[in-house]
Each structure stands twice: as structure tokens, then as C-alpha cells.
Design a protein around this ligand. Sequence first.
Ligand code: NAD
Length: 499
Amino acid sequence: MMMGERAMHPAIDSRTAASLARPFRMLIDGQFVDALGGETIDVRNPATGEVIATVPVGGKEDMDRAVAAARRAFDQGSWSSLRPDERGRILWRTAELLEARADEFAELETLDNGKPIASARHGDIPYAASVLRYWAGWCTKVGGTTPLADTPGEYMVQTWPEPVGVAGLITPWNYPLAMAVVKHGPALAAGCTTIHKPAEQTPLTALRLGELFMEAGMPPGVVNIVTGHGRVAGAALADHEGVDKISFTGSTEVGKSLIGASRGNLKRLSLELGGKSPTIIFPDADMEKAIAGAAFGIFRNSGQVCAAGSRLYVPRSHFDQVIEGMAAIAQAHRIGPGLDPATTLGPVVSDVQQHRVLGYIESGIAEGATVVTGGRARGDQGYFVEPTILTDVNPRMRVVREEIFGPVVVATPVDDVEELAALANGTIYGLATTIWTQNISNAYRLAKRLRAGYVWVNCNGIAGPNLPFGGFKQSGWGREGGPEGIHAFTETKTVITAL
Ligand code: NAD
């Protein structure tokens, strides 16, 4: 079913309706509160543009209150002095509460972000629960080492990983709940207290997650959630002297601005930023799988994925076959509201993002690119963009160099596989790469030459809370997931005792 001949939305679950009817309030010091200024932001359904809820506009004073609460909770040891097993139990219990309310959370996520309900219900929400459980397990496993003292005399040396302190968590709008727990999980497992600033476009599930944390037994002040605009609430958090660490996911531009904001008290900074990730198909690839995988890599979540395969490199001998195959997949997508179970491609998150993506497509056309399929907005309401393939592109074009964050892929034929590493590495980013080949030596030889933090071979989109994720170059600083994810929220203390 295409836009224009769309059926009415199936009714949302009664629990989702009840959730939307309740006020969305910030969580500060264990209390659900409005902003001191009393103002609210409208939250819109990207499928219709309609306002579905309002959330408080947190300002600097609200952030001061949240930081004071998190500081107090940290300094008093409300969290770090709990038995690790008890901390793990609270995180695990939060995962269980989330699973019990998965239908409601999935519908809220779809209404807020636009993604197809099946993606939210079978992807984002169970993933978020598994992330919480993974980090619940880490609470009892954080530990140091006992290095030898290479010096005359007898010494006992230990390293103690200690929580870095009060952690500010700033998240984007593409995977709102998943990003929230990807940051809360390791921060809390390490013993930090948190202040979360969700994206202003998609704050609903983060605020409801705060309720689950409290229901699970989180002590007051350990988790705080402040909604508001990035340039005010986000900037106040990044700048705050009472915050020891910022973990940020979002645009490279804002990520760079946080380096300046962190200067005052030299707060620690983790940055998970943008990408312009290549998909590379070798001539010997299983073409059917490669075509389906390349299409999935750029069209899933309407292309709003930091690791989206937004540049495509294909041997000239197979170029037409791949482009025709991907165009057929693009045209078969059912574009519509995420709540319609038939929808496979939802809207982008906002009118701003829709204009941004369409603006990029126009700039590509103006610079000589050919639109093979898509290229336009769809429908007379909501923020839909057709899945789009651009050819006749070159490395100087903005569409090839810059992150579009929409369902738009730029495709280039390649004559010599020896060129692939240079082409893949040819942007300021270095987040992910997908390689399709049946020759494992091809895959590893190329993977070794890539300046990218994540490499998929004959698959795409596989991730997990135990897998380090992050970028080379301007795709960021540090890794989330696995042991490196915990290290991002600890400081190492070395203790040397003469015996
Ligand atoms: P953004 O970087 O502006 O926003 C991400 C988060 O940072 C939000 O919570 C926002 O409120 C906050 N923020 C914004 N300005 C801030 C500031 N000065 N100080 C502190 N926090 C601030 O991203 P966006 O405007 O929502 O999207 C713009 C582009 O960023 C997208 O088109 C895409 O290219 C990129 N993006 C990348 C990712 C990713 O996962 N890497 C996610 C979202 C957006």
C-alpha cells in the first residue's frame, strides 16, 4: 500500500493511549517534575506532523538541579556503595519491566520516531532490554589487575577501576530508547550517576524509561533525565563543572563543539559521531545476497543510521545488475506510517530532516548526479522521502562526502579492486564498512587497509552490547560496548603498597 491510498492507523494499544494521555515529566532527584520555566516542546508524529505529546523544556536551572542531584547521589555513594549484585538486580529488573511493556514502548517509539512498528517491536525494544541485561551482568564483573612492581623491594600493586563520577549522556533521535540504554547501561554498571538529555525530537521513551528505573528500585538522584533543546539544555550539561564525563552520540559538528564545552573542568569525552560508510561488492560476491544487503544497509530506519551504507562501490562488470536490483527493492518498499503493519519504510524524523535530505538530493542533481529511483518527498502529510539511488557521482560532490542521514545511496562503478581501499577511506569519516565477497582473503586484505571502526563481511547491521562500536577519524572518540564500554566510564587508580 502506498501513501495516498493509506488505510486508517490500526488503533494503538490501550496502554499506549494511556501512556500518551499521562503527562511526560523530567526525572530529577527521584521526582517527576516540569521545567522550572513551565515551557513545553511539542512532540510530533513524523507520519502526520500531528502533535502527540508535550515534554518540558529544561533550561540551565533545571540542569543545575539535575547535576546537583546526581553529584549528591554520587558523593554519598547512593549507588556505588550498593552491593554490585543489588545494582545488577535493579538493571535486570528494569529490563524485565521494559519487556512487560514492550508493546507500549514499541508504539511510543514508532509514533515518536516514525520507524515501522515491526522494527520497534522486534528490534529496538528487545535490543534495549538485552543491553540492560548485558550491563546488569557487568556490575559484578568490574575489577582491576595486580601488576608486578619492577623495582627493588617487595610491593603489592593493584589497579582499581573506579567510576568516573557524574556522567552526562546526550543522545540522538534515530534509535531513541536503544541509545538511552547503550549509555545508561555501562555508566551505571561502572558505578556512575547519570543525567540524560534525549533528543528534543524523540524524548518519549527516555522519559518512560526513567519511570521504569524508579519502579525497579533505583535510588533517587542516581538517574536523572532532562528534556530540552540541544543548544540550551545539552550545552548546559556539556559545560557544567559538576559533570565529570560526557558521552555523546550525534552529529560530528555538535561533537566537535563539546570539545570546547568540556575544557573548563577537562571532563572526559566519548563521541560517537557521523559516518559516510561504504558498501563494497567484489565481482565474486553472491550477488543476490549482496544486493539485498546493500539495500538493507541504506534503507533500514529510513537511512537514519550512523553506520548506514550510504556509498556503494561495485565492479563495473556488475554495476547495472546491482543498481537494477537495488532499484527494484527500493520501489517495492511500502512507504507509510510506521504503525501500519504493512509499512516497510517510515518517514524521516522531522520536517527539518526531510528538507535536509531533499536538499542533499537537489544538490547532487545540480552537480550532475542521475536519480535512478526516488529523489522526492512522498504524500501530502508527514515527512516521507522516497528511497533514492544516485549514480554519475564523483568524490567532489557533497552527496558523496557528507552524511545525509536519509534513505539515499550514491553508487560508483569501480574498474580496479586495488582502488577500493582508497575509495572507501576517502572521506573525513571512518565508522563502518560492509564487504561482499566469497573470497575471504579479499575480505580480510581489504579490511586490514580500512580506516573504519566496524567491518561487516557478507552481512550488515549485526551489533550487540558486547561488541565495541565506534569510529576512526572524525567518526568519534572511543568505543561503546564490551569491556571498552565500561572503561569509558571508569578511572584507573593504581595503589602501590610496600610490604
Ligand atoms: P545533533 O548532533 O544536533 O543532536 C544530537 C543530540 O545532541 C541531541 O540530543 C541534541 O539535543 C544535542 N545537542 C545539539 N546541540 C547541542 C549542543 N550545542 N550541546 C550539547 N548537546 C547538543 O543532531 P541532529 O541535529 O539531531 O541531526 C543533524 C545531523 O546529525 C543528522 O542529519 C545526521 O547527519 C547527524 N546525526 C548523526 C547521528 C549518529 O548516530 N551518528 C545521530 C543523529 C544525527
